[in-house]
Design a protein around this ligand. Structure first.
Ligand SMILES: *Cc1c(COP(=O)(O)O)cnc(C)c1O
Length: 465
């Protein structure tokens, strides 16, 4: 099993190559050269142990090039991040309506699932090649925390995370800065998230750093990250006992939702897919109105979904267009240049037959947090509320015909301000969060300045060598 690019890159890459590259050389995203057909009983595997299912899936997608031990270790780490008391964390809300809790990992957000798996795989790929990798990332909170936890102690990776000082929640900051690991550097930037992103972009093309070895970023276009999200669709569908359940997914970069598409594509017991977005609704506009437009992102309560050009939309377009790399390239090049493209009626119809989408307002999000507590006794986070709101609407209108599984992506205690506004009391934090207060923080501070960032990163990677 090798990988090709959505914009026509045809020199096939092994899984390890796709993992270390991130993006194909022509700017496309990696996808399998053809979707594999399981050579094992997928429904039996989905019903069985989570790590075993993950091992079989990873092998199906060519991860075996990294060796059996790496595959097993990666599968075990996602299982540990996923399972609650040894069981798939499905909570039944009412008849045929379930919440799938993906927030029992080290940072209490679903990004742990993919990052916990990606870290050992990256280490194994680097060991195989005798290389080291510098990872730089900008974060508004969740991604950085999940990356720090996953890559801490990694032998071949140095990780530098830039966050805007004072603009991530205290919990998110502590989850990053209280990890004591020689290979991790947390940098607080005197600026906003955009400043951090600009710094990372500049670092990635900085000759002084490229001269020091591989450098890339942890972002959600990486195929290795996406793959870690496929098994839970299969496992949850099997354990719900539902026949082809509909999955409703709170969506930002469309990575999680695309993993559901993959689970269905390889023959999993997955029915309809619905992407629920907040006011940053480029995806919804594209699917329902046929116009893909980049706007300035606005801040919402579901901050991890404040994305205006969902990176994995390109994979969906590639598939919906019948894997037409030329058409995909034209569309995303035009979008890159003008920030606005009209989709052909044919493409729009094809997209609609793969996935539906809807937008949920801040008021609806808040009302749904309240409803989830009053009706179901569940305290949910704003991201989860966006998805639950969309799911309930689909039940009321009759658009959803059978069972539904709503993905619950973060612990409410990570977003206490909004949840408290909705409920009138503060969500109870798990011990792992409460215990962060009082731990020693290690953090460098820096002005929002590229030259300063280059100096900081260079000094760090030389010191660690
Ligand atoms: C990242 C994130 C999402 C969105 O996932 P995508 O794969 O970007 O669509 C939803 N909820 C939470 C809590 C997240 O951190």
């Amino acid at each position: 099993m090798n990988y090709i690019g959505t914009r026509g890159f045809k020199e096939q890459r092994s899984f390890a190559g796709a993992l270390l590259d991130g993006l194909a050389p022509d700017g496309g995203l990696y996808v399998p050269q053809a979707w594999p057909t399981p050579d094992f009983d997928l429904s039996a595997a989905s019903n069985g142990g989570y790590a075993d299912l993950t091992v079989q899936l990873l092998n199906l997608f060519g991860v075996g090039v990294l060796g059996d031990q790496a595959v097993k270790a990666a599968a075990q780490r996602t299982e540990d991040a996923f399972l609650r008391d040894g069981a798939v964390p499905l909570t039944r809300l009412e008849n045929d309506l379930y919440l799938l809790e993906l927030y029992h990992g080290p940072t209490h957000a679903f990004k742990d699932m993919a990052m916990q798996m990606m870290a050992p795989l990256t280490d194994a790929a680097l060991a195989q090649r005798g290389e080291k990798l510098t990872l730089v990332t900008a974060t508004s909170g969740d991604t950085g925390a999940a990356a720090v936890r996953a890559f801490a102690g990694s032998e071949h990776v140095k990780l530098i995370v830039f966050h805007p000082l004072g603009r991530v929640s205290p919990v998110q900051r502590l989850q990053m800065t209280t990890v004591q690991a020689d290979n991790v550097l947390n940098v607080g930037v005197n600026g906003d998230f955009d400043d951090c992103q600009k710094i990372v972009k500049a670092l990635l093309s900085e000759p002084a750093l490229k001269a020091q070895g591989l450098i890339s970023s942890v972002n959600s276009i990486n195929w290795g990250r996406l793959l870690g999200q496929v098994p839970y669709y299969l496992s949850a569908a099997a354990h719900s006992g539902l026949d082809k359940p509909e999955f409703v997914v709170p969506t930002g970069n469309f990575g999680d939702a695309f993993a559901g598409w993959v689970a269905r594509q390889i023959g999993g017991n997955v029915g309809h897919l619905h992407a629920a977005v907040n006011r940053n609704d480029a995806l919804n506009q594209a699917i329902n109105n046929g116009r893909y437009v980049r706007r300035q992102a606005v801040e919402t309560a579901s901050v991890s979904m404040d994305v205006q050009a969902p990176s994995n939309f390109e994979r969906l377009v590639f598939e919906a267009s019948g894997r037409d790399a030329g058409a995909t390239r034209d569309l995303f090049n035009a979008f890159g240049q003008s920030g606005e493209v009209a989709l052909s009626g044919h493409l729009q119809e094809a997209l609609k037959s793969e996935v539906s989408a809807s937008t949920v307002s801040e008021d609806q999000t808040k009302a749904t947090i309240k409803l989830a507590y009053e009706k179901y006794g569940q305290v949910i986070c704003p991201h989860t509320a966006v998805a639950l709101s969309a799911a309930l609407t689909r039940r009321e209108t009759g658009e959803a015909k059978g069972g539904q599984i709503v993905l619950s992506t973060a612990h409410a205690a990570k977003f206490p301000a909004f949840v408290t506004e909705a409920l009138g009391f503060e969500p109870k934090a798990p011990d792992a969060i409460t215990n962060l207060y009082g731990l020693t923080e290690t953090l460098s501070e820096m002005p929002a300045d590229v030259t300063a960032a280059v100096t900081t990163v260079k000094a760090f990677i030389e010191w660690i060598d």
